[in-house]
Design a protein around this ligand. Structure first.
Ligand SMILES: N[C@@H](CCC(=O)N[C@@H](CS)C(=O)NCC(=O)O)C(=O)O
Length: 219
């Protein structure tokens, strides 16, 4: 039976916002049709207008209704298809998770610019400027604060939650480039790399034919 849900994504290799939305659907066990529109191509330019009100991805179509922007998709999936279980029950942990998710959504411009998500990259050598170093340190400190609150050896807030989806692309960035990271951050990156849903996404990214030169950073 065709699904009522349809996720419009960018390239799996590069589209970090698409990955976040996709992970929320997986963790909520939602079946959705997927349409991958290769970014920076005439096809993307031609088709995106009728699929996304912002001309950006991801967009989740629920029947005739569209929900755009990764964080809005995450919240909608949580509310409608996961009975709220994509956030912790404890209000103080939810507040921490929402603060971290919002900071990721609106912040870390240097990290995002200097170290683009590239699922095919591993340990690439890059020059890190002070702003990027500061963003990396802030991410590691946020992860540490959350992990300290919840015991330290699992997802950021104990059980998997939306905040993990928001930081999954950072885990991929941290694998992609040769960085000096604290042990707790390395452990969290490895937790993501061992996750079966993420492994499926990485396999699909590996198999994609498209390459976007300006997203290929480091050597
Ligand atoms: N705030 C948006 C950002 C969406 C975004 O920037 N998506 C990128 C792909 S990761 C995009 O659509 N790029 C294609 C373009 O701008 O032409 C979200 O959270 O979903």
């Amino acid at each position: 039976m065709a699904s009522d849900l349809r996720l419009i994504c960018g390239n799996r290799n590069y589209s970090s916002w698409s990955l976040r939305a996709w992970l929320c659907l997986q963790k909520a066990a939602c079946e959705a049709d997927e349409l991958v529109l290769p970014m920076d191509t005439p096809e993307f330019t031609q088709r995106i207008g009728e699929l996304s009100p912002t001309r950006r991805v991801p967009v989740l179509w629920i029947g005739e209704e569209w929900v755009w922007d990764s964080l809005a998709i995450a919240e909608t999936v949580n509310e409608r298809f996961a009975q709220g279980r994509l956030w912790p029950r404890a209000p103080e942990l939810r507040a921490l998770g929402r603060s971290m998710a919002a900071e990721m959504h609106s912040g870390f411009p240097a990290l995002r610019e200097a170290l683009p998500m590239n699922c095919r990259a591993k340990d690439r050598a890059v020059l890190i400027d002070d702003a990027t170093r500061g963003d990396i340190a802030r991410v590691c400190s946020l992860w540490e604060q959350a992990l300290e609150r919840t015991g330290g050896d699992s997802w950021l807030l104990g059980d998997w939650s939306i905040v993990d989806a928001m930081f999954a692309p950072v885990a991929i960035r941290f694998r992609g480039y040769a960085l000096d990271l604290p042990t707790s951050a390395r452990r969290y990156v490895q937790l993501w790399l061992d996750d079966p849903d993420l492994q499926r996404w990485l396999k699909l990214a590996e198999a994609e034919p498209w390459r976007i030169e300006h997203e290929e950073v480091g050597s």
